[in-house]
Design a protein around this ligand. Structure first.
Ligand code: HXC
Ligand code: NAP
Length: 281
């Protein structure tokens, strides 16, 4: 889909880049010529992903064991990355989430998810942003949100409020740091199968069929679809896109908001015919 050198010379950090969507985005960036940095909490998972990504793309990958909730650890990681030179792209992708009735959540549960999703994003963005501004280095920040960052969602309230904060940060800094040549955008995917998300959010197989059915396209998104969109958003080819949240959900949220969306499944052929104007005699 893209020129092979779309991201040549770009140095990109993907948080939570050793699994799921983060790994798929990283693979695409490498295929398009970028050098990749990934971080996560589990060293063995990072090492395995690094090996796989290097073998499949031949690209340069470095890993950092770093809990993004810890600002000191994030600063240390960013300083270490800067030893190679400035980053050109940051993908705030690391996340935590689970389904739970809100009245049963402990404050610790809120802190865990908000700490990863919102504070983790703020830690990484601030650490990079200060360097970029100081060095007058242009950059692109992409945060992976969700459709409910805008609308809210029951049963995932810690994630929902945290993603809303990330979306707000994206829009706020797009304006404030635009003058430094730092662009901020978000991608809000609908469901895309990953072990991390589906094991926590779709614990029963039948839920997957229901989720597909409520989507206008009748399917989940794919890793390739997200990775290509992310590559475009990070690249200079999207240079005038700033402060945007691009929804990639097959039209799912619009279907949920559409007054008559369910009619197609509800009305019989006979009822559709009944509503047509009667032929004049
Ligand atoms: C209620 C829970 C819980 C659950 C943990 N907690 N799991 N509460 N229901 N299922 C509570 C614990 O009791 C504890 O509370 C606090 O949360 C912290 O739990 P820990 O296990 O100590 O946390 P930690 O080891 O740091 O793990 C963080 C985590 C875990 C978020 C809980 O799930 C994780 O590591 N997730 C990372 C990967 C992930 O979630 N990926 C999915 C992203 S999907 P106390 O009170 O004891 O402190 C996504 C997509 C959404 O975001 C959109 C889909 C369409
Ligand atoms: P995933 O594989 O579970 O990815 C989450 C990643 O975050 C893991 O690699 C995890 O690694 C890392 N992480 C978690 N806590 C961290 C911490 N404190 N510090 C550093 N890294 C941490 O799930 P995914 O589905 O690919 O999700 C990726 C992104 O897409 C998330 O932002 C998610 O909200 C978003 N999203 C996913 C879907 C979907 O359907 N899959 C839909 C909408 C949005 P460690 O556990 O090793 O730290």
């Amino acid at each position: 889909m893209f020129e092979k050198n779309l991201l040549a010379g770009k140095r990109i950090l993907v948080t939570g880049g050793a699994t799921g969507l983060g790994k798929s985005m990283g693979k695409r960036f490498l295929e398009l010529g970028a050098s990749l940095y990934i971080c996560g909490r589990r060293e063995e998972v990072l090492a395995e992903a690094c090996d796989e990504l290097r073998k499949s793309t031949g690209g340069t990958v470095k890993t950092f064991s770093c809990d993004v909730r810890n600002n000191q650890r994030v600063n240390t990681m960013i300083d270490a990355i800067w030893q190679d030179g400035p980053l050109d792209g940051l993908v705030n992708n690391a996340a935590g989430n689970f389904l739970c009735r809100t009245e049963e959540l402990s404050i610790g549960a809120f802190e865990a998810v908000i700490g990863i999703v919102l504070m983790g994003t703020i830690h990484c963005t601030m650490a990079c942003g200060k360097q970029w501004i100081k060095e007058k280095h242009k950059a692109s920040v992409l945060s992976i949100t969700t459709t409910y960052a805008h609308w809210g969602s029951p049963y995932v309230v810690p994630s929902s409020v945290a993603k809303a904060g990330v979306l707000n940060m994206t829009r706020s800094l797009a304006v404030e740091w635009g003058k430094y040549g730092i662009r901020f955008n978000a991608i809000a995917p609908g469901p895309v199968p990953t072990e991390g998300a589906f094991s926590r959010l779709m614990p029963v197989k039948s839920l997957e069929e229901i989720a597909k059915k409520k989507n206008p396209l009748g399917r989940f998104g794919t890793h390739e679809e997200l990775a290509d969109l992310a590559a475009f958003v990070l690249s200079d080819r999207s240079g005038y896109v700033n402060g945007e949240q691009i929804v990639m959900d097959g039209g799912e949220q619009l279907k949920g908001a559409s007054e008559f969306a369910h009619m197609g499944d509800m009305l019989t052929e006979e009822q559709w015919q009944m509503m047509k104007p009667k032929k004049k005699e």
